[in-house]
Each structure stands twice: as structure tokens, then as C-alpha cells.
Design a protein around this ligand. Sequence first.
Ligand SMILES: *Cc1c(COP(=O)(O)O)cnc(C)c1O
Length: 375
Amino acid sequence: MNEKKIWLSSPHMGSQEFEFVKEAFDTNWIAPLGPNVDGFEQDICNYTGAPYTAALSSGTAAIHLALILLNVQAGDEVLCSSFTFSATCNPIVYQGATPVFIDSEEKTWNMNPDVLEAAIKDRLLKGKKPKAIILVHLYGMPAQLDKIITIANNYDIPLIEDAAEALGSTYRGKSLGVFGKFGIYSFNGNKIITTSGGGALVSAEKALIDRTRFLATQARDAAPHYQHSAIGYNYRMSNISAGIGRGQMMVLDKRIKQRRANYHHYVTSLENNTNVSFLPEPSADYFSNRWLSCILLKNYHERERIRLALEKRNIESRPLWKPMHLQPIFQEAPFYGTDVSETLFERGLCLPSGSNLEETDLQKVTDILKEHLTI
Ligand SMILES: *Cc1c(COP(=O)(O)O)cnc(C)c1O
């Protein structure tokens, strides 16, 4: 195991992050809140076009606060993409509500609009109107937003976009995260840009983001003493983390270019092999940041064979997300759909995708793939 480790997706700093952090030290702004937090929020608004942003301690916290602001309570139901990371749906359970999982479609791997509509009709028949829809844009690929927004509007159910993996991706030229009532981003260590850990909640409604900031800082009423008329959370981003974020925003476009070039490298090197397939952008409406480059192999055994062959050479790869409806903890939760996300999980593999990969790293990965793939 002396070969150089090739990571799936590792942090990649630019040149200015440390300057913003140093400024925080020089001015002793070592606290949650501060000028870097304000600056980072402004950067996110400018970049995404979201009118209002609250920088938070994680993407998970952002989803949790969105649900609280939509008044999701014990006994409620929330519709949610099944094919995702558990952080998408755990906050539903924090609120005592039930996730209702929706399968994927094959064009984008995201929520299937037809299944979504069928699920809404069925839940209404059963006498319960879902409180919200959490739509994930997985691996940076935009979901079929036009259809999903139409359904959300027709049934008057608020939409939360989980764009944790999709900062910088666009649909019809607009940033993901700004289509729903709320959008969330994550800046965890493995995401396209990182603050070492952090997240953001965005909305077009000022009152909602004001309320987010209030709840995220322990819900202090306006009084000289500590007074509370609501339950609060300690969910704000620190001024140090936000300093890293400000530097990272300066290189975000570069990072997207680099990740898209990784995807392009894999496609051009492997497209002649009929046992490998990719996830192309379905039309010019879809622009993916290509957070992770993913391939589908012919079956589970081939996927594991390839994964282990890479691991043997100290290269990290990872099966696609295991759908939430197949997770032991969510066994009891309702699920609508067939085997689309299940098949993606069985056959799919995420390849090394970091923006800091070198040409020789990519070449090594594709060489090993070519060596082990069934022709
Ligand atoms: C990373 C991620 C989250 C959670 O973000 P954190 O900042 O790690 O809490 C939520 N949803 C998806 C799809 C993610 O990939």
C-alpha cells in the first residue's frame, strides 16, 4: 500500500482562504457571526441569484430549519427523494414527522415526477396532505425541475431543494437552489467547495431568512437579558469557517471546470466499452457541476470487482448512495416507485472526482478500469 492515495473528493484550497482567516485572527473575530459570515452570505447571493442567504453550521442544519419554518411537526408527512444521503431525510425525523420516499427516474437519477404525483394523490386519498417536498439534485445533476415545480404548485406543497451537491449547477441558466421556497447548500469537506464544515439556507423571502438567523442563534428575543419565546438552535456558521468560504467562492467556477474535465476524461477514455455507461446531461437545459463522476457497470459483481481493483491500488471509489427506502432505519417508511434507484445503487460507482486530481491520477484510474472491465 505504498502507492499514492487517490481520494474520491478532497478539499482544494485556493490562494485567498487563509487571508480571510488571518484577518479574522487579526481582528479577534473568532466567533459565530462576524464580517466573514456577512461577506460569505453576500457571495452566495451574488453567485446563485438567491435574494437572501443564511450561513449555517451544516447542510443538515439548513434542511432542519427549512422544515421548522414550514411548520413540519410530529405526525406530518414529508415527500423526499429516496436516492440520496441520509442527511436529506434525517431532519424530517428530528421533527417527529414521517418521510415518504419517492423513486428516481433514469434521465437524471433524481426524483421521478410521475411517481411524485402518484404519491401525492395516494397520500391525499389516505387523508393526509404532505407538508413539503425535499427534492435532491444528486451528484450535481439537476432534477426535472419544470415538471416537479408544476406538481408542487398544482397541489400547493412547498418545495425544498437539497442542492448540497449541486452548488454551481444550473437549470435553464438559473442556479439550483433558487427554484423552491427554500434551497440548501453544504460546504462539508468533500463537497465542491468547503468551509471545513458548513451549510447555507437560501430563500426569496426575507422574513424566512430573518427567522432562520433568529432560530439559528438560540432564538433570543430583543431584550437586555436572555429571554426566549421559541426553541432555538446553535446552528450559525463561525467567522473562521466563513473566511474559508469567501476564499473558496473565488475559485468555485474553476473547481466546476476542473470537475467537468474529470468527467469528460472518463467519458472519452471509456465510451468505447459497452459495459460502462454514464449520466449525460439530458439537454441544454441541464448543466451539472459534476461534483462526482459516476459510472454504471453491468451488474453488482462487476461493480464490486472494479471497486476492489481500485482499492488495491490505493484508489478510493464508492458505490452510489444506497436508497433511503432500503435502509434498515427507514424500513417502515412509505415508498413509491419501482427498482430504479435500487438498480443504480447495485450497478453504480463514483470515481475519483476531486478538482485537485492530476492528469496522471486520472490516467491511472482509467488504465485500471480498462484493465479490469469486462469487454
Ligand atoms: C452532504 C449532503 C447533505 C448534508 O450536508 P452537511 O453539510 O454534511 O450536513 C445533505 N444532502 C446531501 C444530498 C448531501 O450530499
